[in-house]
Design a binder for this molecule. Structure first.
Ligand code: PA5
Length: 466
């Protein structure tokens, strides 16, 4: 696969002389920002070499990809529906791959239209309305449940696992539940790994050095993707090509470095602490939600790596073109100058739809005839970027050719590498997430988890209620 198929970043609309008003001085990109990035790159390289940032190595892990492919192929033959049970990093990658690479109507009931590949459902939120509605639609003897949890202990995921286990025992008979599960979890630790051994449930590993939100290219994302027929080898090839492209410390040639350096400077020097990720492709909606988690959990930190209190991190905000031009654009154009927009565009759609030339005597319709829906959507992206530029509002565009398996793999890798560079630039550890622990511990306590005290949470005070 050639590098020309890799995503590229157009950042002119951030640069002084292009952006109306004040923008980034080009000489800074060649000078101090390039030097700052070289340091960040060196720090990330050091962590990559110690094996701490394991996501870098996934595209080259052929044995793991082959195991994933084998289990996916045998599983696909055993089911009409595959349900991923997981949350956070253990669900968002699979959802992003599904949205990007399967047809939008994939889960409609017509199995023949899918070539008899399984439908692919993601159960992340333990909302009883959603769970009961999904189970009511599934045939238990033709459904497999892929429970994904790196820790193998997450409360929401374990609760859903128990609900589904009971549902399978009730519908298929005692002893049958274990035949309908696949696990993706730690190679050695946690409840799921123990259950896999005890009940002989097929289980794939999320390597120890691969964190939850960096696990999309591990079996966490790739097992369900492959079972639904996605070309995971092409996803990994795209990711590997992007990792190679981003191996240089030269800012001008490193797209992940450019993304991280510009967004970091936009936040810390130019006041743009809100980073809007705005795809103009429904296929990239799941990707925008995946980026939100990647950015928020990696960069929102109380302490820097030296232990000093910094309380830092940009606020990632997904938005969707063109629909959200009718929702958030007014704020982006005229509200506080605390935002930078990262558009995600593509050169070509999977399929296009012609806009017919009808009603030639109606000026409100006639000009549209002869165009296509992709032509419209893409012009809207370009027009919005230009409108923001003219209003002096910083924006940039990440462009892919088509949204396909190769470019999706490259995009995931681009943003994963960018966020670890950004972590180094902010001086924080992008690989941990200490801030989510307290809420998890309190929940376990409230649920009566062993080893957890029942926390005292004061009831709402009637004085402060209306
Ligand atoms: O990125 C992370 O580490 C988190 O979002 C986790 O993926 C999430 O909390 C789920 O954890 P686990 O995979 O252990 O169930």
């Amino acid at each position: 696969m050639d590098a020309s198929r890799l995503p590229a970043i157009d950042f002119g609309n951030l640069v002084a002389g292009v952006l109306e008003g004040s923008g980034m001085e080009p000489r800074r990109l060649r000078g101090e920002l390039a030097a700052r990035f070289r340091d960040a790159h060196a720090e990330v390289e050091a962590r990559r070499k110690t094996g701490e940032a394991g996501f870098f190595d996934l595209p080259r892990d052929r044995p793991l990809a082959a195991r994933t492919r084998r289990l996916a192929d045998t599983s696909a033959r055993r089911c009409d529906a595959l349900v991923v049970i997981g949350i956070g990093g253990s669900a968002l990658g699979a959802a992003a791959l599904r949205d990007a690479l399967l047809p939008p109507s994939w889960n409609e009931p017509d199995a023949a239209a899918r070539g008899h590949a399984p439908s692919l459902h993601i159960l992340d939120n333990p909302d009883p309305d959603t769970v009961s509605a999904l189970l009511a639609r599934l045939n238990p003897s033709r459904t497999l449940f892929n429970v994904v949890s790196k820790s193998g202990t997450t409360t929401e995921t374990m609760s859903l696992f128990l609900v589904v286990w009971r549902w399978l025992e009730d519908t298929l008979g005692a002893g049958k539940a274990k035949t309908r599960f696949l696990f993706t979890t730690s190679p050695e630790r946690g409840t799921l790994r123990q259950l896999a051994t005890r009940w002989d449930i097929p289980a794939l590993p999320i390597p120890d050095a691969v964190g939850g939100r960096f696990s999309v290219l591990s079996p966490a994302g790739l097992l369900p993707a492959a079972a639904a027929g996605i070309d995971i080898e092409a996803v990994l090839a795209g990711a590997g090509a992007m990792a190679r492209r981003c191996s240089t410390p030269d800012l001008a040639r490193n797209p992940a470095g450019t993304l991280a350096t510009l967004l970091h400077a936009a936040d810390t020097e130019m006041g743009a602490s809100v980073q809007v990720f705005m795809p103009y492709s429904d296929r990239l909606r799941g990707f925008a939600y995946w980026v939100r988690q990647l950015w928020a959990e990696s960069l929102g930190k109380a302490l820097d790596r030296a232990g000093r209190r910094v309380e830092t991190g940009p606020t990632p905000l997904p938005a969707f073109g063109a629909a959200d031009q009718h929702s958030i654009l007014q704020l982006l154009m005229e509200g506080p100058r605390d935002k930078v927009v990262v558009f995600l565009g593509r050169e070509a759609p999977g399929e296009d739809v012609a806009i017919p030339a009808l009603f030639p005597d109606s000026p409100g319709l006639a000009y549209l005839g002869g165009h296509t829906l992709f032509g419209l959507l893409d012009r809207e992206r370009r027009a919005t970027a230009e409108a923001l530029r003219r209003a002096g509002r910083m924006n940039m565009t990440v462009m892919v050719g088509r949204v396909d398996a190769h470019s999706a793999g490259a995009l995931f890798m681009l943003f994963q590498i960018a966020v670890v560079y950004a972590g180094a630039l902010y001086g924080v550890d992008p690989l941990d997430q200490p801030g989510v622990e307290l809420g998890k511990t309190l929940t376990r306590g409230l649920m009566g988890g062993s080893g957890h005290e029942v926390p005292s949470i004061p009831p709402p005070d009637p004085r402060w209620r209306v």
